[in-house]
Write a protein that binds this ligand. Structure first.
Ligand code: MN
Length: 243
């Protein structure tokens, strides 16, 4: 099998110093390679035609974790009490890629910010802060310094969902490194999993089209590659991208 090319949008680092760089956590790259993919890092690009030239060569795309999506992108003012960390250039690049990927039926996996980004790109909205807005009493964030691989809460998957069928599980223990979450689900998505407190932890395409692989999770599977079901998730993306 040839290795499908999977795009990974990067972030700008360091945020305020020079020389400016683009980067990504290595765990995403390693998880994709383990699944038989050839990951390619995508820089933040304002030039639409250059970004499109990269997009056209991809067999699939992963939207990774990171900063908060700017609230204006889903029609809300930033709440003053919340210290949102927003990276506008990254929002612009990733929202463009996400809408192109949807229109082109490109196999897509969203992780953490990536789930939120896909939901916003397709017309949904977010809680700017789950705790501050009373969406849950459970801290889903790593404010307590928890390990990125610590399994801290359960997720119940819809048994008929594409995700549950793919990984052959309906209940999971997952890591949790997010303070935001999906509020209004985008019309083209449906919820495929929730944590015990009701937070949306997984979404996927609402349509039954077997050719559309659009799966997103709020946790970080790339930090949990020792778990068998995590391998099934990334290999599922690889299979869809190889078609
Ligand atoms: Mn969580």
């Amino acid at each position: 099998m040839t290795h499908p090319l999977i795009g990974l949008p990067t972030l700008a680092i360091p945020r305020a110093e020079k020389p400016a760089r683009f980067g990504i956590n290595q765990t995403y790259v390693r998880a994709l390679v383990m699944a038989g993919c050839a990951p390619v890092l995508i820089p933040l690009l304002e030039d639409e035609s250059v970004l499109r030239a990269i997009f056209e060569r991809l067999d699939g795309i992963v939207f990774p974790g990171g900063a908060d999506v700017g609230p204006l992108e889903y029609g809300e003012e930033p709440l003053p009490a919340i210290d949102n960390v927003v990276e506008a250039a990254r929002d612009r690049t990733e929202l463009r890629l996400a809408r192109w990927a949807y229109d082109a039926v490109l196999p897509t996996l969203g992780i953490c910010r990536g789930q939120q980004l896909l939901n916003v790109a397709l017309g949904g909205s977010l809680y700017q802060d789950l705790l501050a807005q009373g969406a849950t009493g459970l801290d889903h964030s790593d404010a307590d310094g928890r390990a990125r691989s610590a399994l801290v809460h359960g997720v119940a998957l819809e048994p008929e969902s594409r995700l549950a069928q793919l990984i052959d599980e309906t209940t999971l223990q997952v890591n949790s490194l997010h303070h935001q979450g999906i509020k209004k689900v985008a019309p083209s998505l449906r919820v495929s999993g929730r944590s015990e407190d009701g937070v949306i932890e997984a979404v996927e395409s609402a349509e039954a089209d077997p050719d559309r692989f659009l799966v997103a999770v709020q946790w970080h599977p790339e930090e949990l590659t020792d778990l068998p079901w995590v391998g099934r998730l990334f290999r599922g993306l690889a299979r869809a991208a190889a078609r």
